[in-house]
Design a protein around this ligand. Structure first.
Ligand SMILES: C[S@@+](CC[C@H](N)C(=O)[O-])C[C@H]1O[C@@H](n2cnc3c(N)ncnc32)[C@H](O)[C@@H]1O
Length: 383
């Protein structure tokens, strides 16, 4: 099967179950939630085939950093960009994981009963004493960041706290709410509490943070720590828009694996409001794109692809993952192909990972794909 691009040669389309879709088929360090993240098996598939050992893997839309972390775990050098500073908060500490002993010692040192400012009305999520501890942690991280003393252990604990803020089980600091990557508004949580007849229970903040740390570190030993340390100084993580990133040198990237914001499907600002508050980030001051019109979206993607072309080595490749949006009425992969051609790239293939593929035989327009829930569509481009 093939798709024509801009009247030029047809681009081959491959559909199959190419990579594992099992939840836990990856290093536990990946286990932090983020809206619209892909599974580590997706970047792994391309990294293992298209990037030499020690080569550079770049992601212009890092999110939680799935591509960057998987690249580092596979002995490649990661780099990447995200408009939201939250991305670095989530990724950096997992590229430099401290030991459980260091984390436990820091938790013992931290004063969790200190007075600190918190947002009004957060008691809808948290017991007053839990909220006091969250405020104390937040003040500590902000102070340490401002004075340049935020070390790897603090960064780790900030990342874990961000991930434990809200969720639907006692493993989180909040009362029952939405999963942690989709913080609901205060008004919605108030209604949820009334409907469920719930008030936020007190949590043992140290125990919650230590338990999650232990789980994240369950596949991490000293050998891995020292492999990660060896590439740390070459890792480049940038906060800002991906449209033009001169920090990443010409001809320095062997492979790009990425997934851009999909039109207006995910509200990265609204979903991350509580996490951003905790980290002292103003989401409205970022370059996060939530583009409703396809014209504005393709303009941004063409600029990004042009800049990625500049970064690529002569044999470099780009794997650009998109979903089907608006119930299949917009096939973003076709727009990406056109943007790629406009950016001077050569389209190689469209790869459709369909979990049901072997059962359905035909990947285009079949009803079980209509909402784009179980496919990954990857456009492969080269220089
Ligand atoms: C689909 S998510 C990426 C998810 C990522 N693949 C992962 O596994 O976590 C898209 C990301 O693009 C970021 N973003 C939105 N507009 C951007 C822009 N103009 N430049 C760079 N990043 C942007 C969002 O903050 C979001 O983290």
């Amino acid at each position: 099967m093939a798709r024509a691009v801009d009247g030029s040669a047809a681009v081959p389309l491959f559909g199959n179950t190419f990579w594992s879709t099992r939840q836990r088929d990856a290093n536990a360090l990946h286990e932090v939630s983020y809206r619209a993240c892909f599974k580590p098996a997706l970047p792994r598939f391309f990294i293992q085939r298209l990037c030499p050992a020690g080569g550079r893997v770049h992601d212009p839309f890092l999110g939680r950093g799935t591509t960057a972390l998987e690249a580092a775990l596979l002995g490649r050098i990661p780099s990447g960009v995200d408009a939201n500073p939250l991305s670095k908060v989530l990724l950096e500490p997992r590229l430099m994981p401290p030991t459980e002993a260091a984390i436990a010692a820091r938790l013992d040192e931290l004063e969790l009963d200190a007075d600190a400012e918190v947002l009004d009305d957060l008691e809808v999520f948290f017991h007053p004493r839990t909220l006091r501890a969250i405020g104390a942690l937040r003040a500590h991280f902000l102070r340490a960041e401002a004075s340049g003393t935020l070390d790897a252990t603090d960064r780790w604990l900030r990342m874990v706290t961000v991930n434990r803020l809200t969720g639907h089980s006692p493993g989180f600091l909040s009362v029952y709410t939405m999963p942690p990557n989709q913080a609901v508004s205060i008004a919605t949580q108030r209604k949820l509490n009334a409907r469920r007849g719930q008030t936020p229970p007190e949590r043992d903040v140290r125990a919650v943070l230590l338990r999650k740390s232990r789980s994240l570190l369950s596949d991490c030993d000293e050998a891995l720590r020292s492999r990660l340390r060896a590439i740390a100084s070459d890792t480049r993580l940038v906060t800002g828009s991906s449209a033009h990133r001169p920090e990443i040198a010409d001809g320095s990237v062997d492979l790009v694996v990425t997934s851009p914001p999909f039109l207006d499907i995910v509200q990265y600002r609204a979903d991350n409001w509580l996490r951003c508050w905790f980290c002292g980030i103003d989401p409205d001051a970022t370059a996060i794109a939530e583009l409703r019109r396809i014209e504005a979206w393709t303009e941004l993607m063409t600029a990004v692809l042009r800049d990625l072309r500049r970064m690529l080595t002569p044999n470099g490749a780009i794997a650009f993952e998109v979903g089907e949006v608006r119930s299949g009425t917009v096939r973003l992969e076709e727009h990406v192909l056109a943007c790629g051609v406009r950016a001077g790239l050569v389209p190689h293939a469209v790869i459709v990972q369909d979990h049901e593929f072997t059962k359905t035989a035909n990947c285009w327009g079949v009803s079980n794909n209509a909402r784009g829930t179980n496919t990954n569509r990857v456009v492969l481009l080269g220089r």
